[in-house]
Design a binder for this molecule. Sequence first.
Ligand SMILES: NC(=O)c1ccc[n+]([C@@H]2O[C@H](COP(=O)([O-])OP(=O)(O)OC[C@H]3O[C@@H](n4cnc5c(N)ncnc54)[C@H](OP(=O)(O)O)[C@@H]3O)[C@@H](O)[C@H]2O)c1
Length: 352
Amino acid sequence: MSTQEAGPDATLMDTSGEVPTPPTEAVPKMMKAIVQDRYGLPDVLELRDVEVPVPTEDQLLIRVVAASLNIYDWHMITATPYLVRAVAGFAKPKNPIPGADVAGVVEKVGANITRFKVGDEVFGDIGFGAFARYAVAREKSLTHKPAGVTFEQAASVALAGITALQGLRDVGGLEAGQKVLVNGASGGVGTFAVQIAKALGAEVTAVCSTTKVDMVRSIGADKVIDYTKNDYVESERGFDLLFDNVGDRPWSVTSRVLSPGGINVTITGRKHAVMGPMREQLFRKVAAGFGKKRFAFFTAHVKPEDLKVLADFLETGAIVPVIGATYDLEHLPDALRYLGEGHALGKLVITV
Ligand SMILES: NC(=O)c1ccc[n+]([C@@H]2O[C@H](COP(=O)([O-])OP(=O)(O)OC[C@H]3O[C@@H](n4cnc5c(N)ncnc54)[C@H](OP(=O)(O)O)[C@@H]3O)[C@@H](O)[C@H]2O)c1
């Protein structure tokens, strides 16, 4: 594992220009992959030799250069909450190779692929299969990687960046000049939320713990509240949008920071064993009722047009991924354990 100090200056951005494409190679029959035969803690993951997947007419084959971890992967690997099994398979995982966020090079294209060709550098969220040397994907899950952005940076963006973008722009209706509070600003989604809110012209107050205050300020937050010293609910009021990545407070408390007409967009909450955060969000929605202050819980959906927005943000430098640490495939279980503790810094990247 190698750990980087976080912040835009310490990321892998190659400011000298284009990132060199790794040389193409003949696609072998076998590859290294992280495989799980059953649900459980990260110890169920094994690095194994498996067959390289064959793309259908609607898929392309990517040679994976980097992937990244999301809490989504934790849910899929451990099958928590229980409802995950309805999607991922009841008795055991239908897709034994986990991993959603990916960046790599297109090696093969199916007959119906129109937007990509062999040799293109791409990134996106493919749902599963990213923790391997090769992965298949549908083209709507991917976009082109900008030339000056590293594969590690690109791999860190898709799910967390889309969540921040859709939460702020679509659900929150964020407009330039509005005041935004980002709670949980130092993790995967939070570091993108701070930067995207700034890119959309907002004034951003960010909440994180002591050791991450400087990093969060360095990515553009106008004000930072250290939650170990001050309660954000008591610190400032009048926010147009509370973007909450932590979801640990009831509506009766969080609503206090909002201006009349303001909205609390939440992406998580205390997790029920069967329903996950959904159960509590239902209670909050009812509590918010039809008052002037609004509450919304939402789940992000990967759309190619939003991946393109993120690619443009990357290209212009409006967002610079904060990569807290990089791991190789073999040490992916260590990365997952760290993520599961709930205090990861920025994004955890897997180099393949
Ligand atoms: N609905 C959706 O579509 C969607 C999509 C993606 C993620 N999510 C959910 O959103 C949550 C955040 O995801 P993520 O990828 O950003 O996770 P993450 O990378 O683990 O980051 C979580 C951050 O929360 C911070 N935190 C923990 N306790 C806090 C507190 N009391 N006050 C303020 N900050 C606190 C931690 O920072 P410190 O070290 O500073 O405490 C950590 O950096 C997860 O629960 C995930 O399941 C939902």
